[in-house]
Design a protein around this ligand. Sequence first.
Ligand SMILES: [Fe+2]
Ligand SMILES: [Fe+2]
Length: 397
Amino acid sequence: MNARLFDKIMPTALKRRLDAWAENVAVVGEIRDARVFSALLPSVVRGLFLRRGKQGVPTPMPASHDAWFDWTYPADDPRLAELYRRAKQQQWDGEELPWHIDVDRENPERPIFPDGFVDWRVADELGMRVAPEDRARLVNDIGTWALAQFLHGEQGALYAAAQVTEAVHGMDAKLYGATQVMDEARHVEVFARYLDDKLGKLYQVNDNLFTLIDALMTDGRWDMKFLGMQIMIEGLALGAFGTLHQLTREPLLKELLARVIQDEARHVHFGVVALRDHFKHELDERERNEREDWAFEIAMLMRNRFLAHEVYDEWFAGTHVTRKTWRQFVERSPGMEYFRLTMFSRMVPNLREIGLLSPRIRPHYERVGLARYFGGRAADTLSADDLYQTEVPAYAS
Ligand SMILES: [Fe+2]
Ligand SMILES: [Fe+2]
């Protein structure tokens, strides 16, 4: 049977499922390091193939770390004691946000995402037909999707922060960690309220995000949890929050994100301070290499895989627009480029600072065009103000 005939008689639903599977196989194929591949495989199966996050029921994720008790209560890290003090003083109440503001998804004066987040010329080039009257609604759905992923990520951050707090060995780190648990609870509260009260729509968790969270929750080593959560996912979050904070014209969301960014800046700072000494002095070369490879592969997965497939399923599944077309459309959107720039300009200097950017791994980052971030400033030298002042892309100003 020739391929075209097969294509014609194959039911559309089956074709869609095969497309999605082919994409998942491609994700797995992108992991080049065999050790990282086997470590991530169970999470990949649960997230991408069994799609555990999309079954509409709560998901148990087993934790396999030890809670670490220290009965001597040492004052063991003045830098973290200072961060703990600052975190206590900077607590805020989600109720204080200007919830009275009326958010209108259709208001062109105050868009959640400006139209320039995507490039309609790319859509035309790809033969992706979207009627002019539907375009603002599609951009809004992508924005709503992104906010829903923030919420799911914040729930992951809440439990990961709780796990890190019990698993970490330093006493000052534990006290600081407790403030982060509170921060993440507040973030869950405000994103859930915004989505429910103001947008009235909740997208399911993206399978790739589920996979990442699953991998962190089930890893028994405290420093891997820490690296994954405090450097990689928090780096991703700062990139995403910074992007949306710059782009949105909706005042309630802008204020909400500004507050959240201030908290997240402390979280990444915590990661850098707590991991720097540990990686440099406590690990042998083999262990450090393992973490370095893991961080690189995760960074690549993050770069390539947050492509709003749930919006595709809602709008285009079964139409002339294939998943491949959608992927190209999102990958080439100016908003996505800006997100990548913000994320990597934060994450790469932090990896350098904790000792995971050795000459052994640098050529891999160079190969994917990230060498320009090698000399950037790490989180422990950045204030929240620095994080707001990201360069604004021309289309958003
Ligand atoms: Fe958070
Ligand atoms: Fe956080």
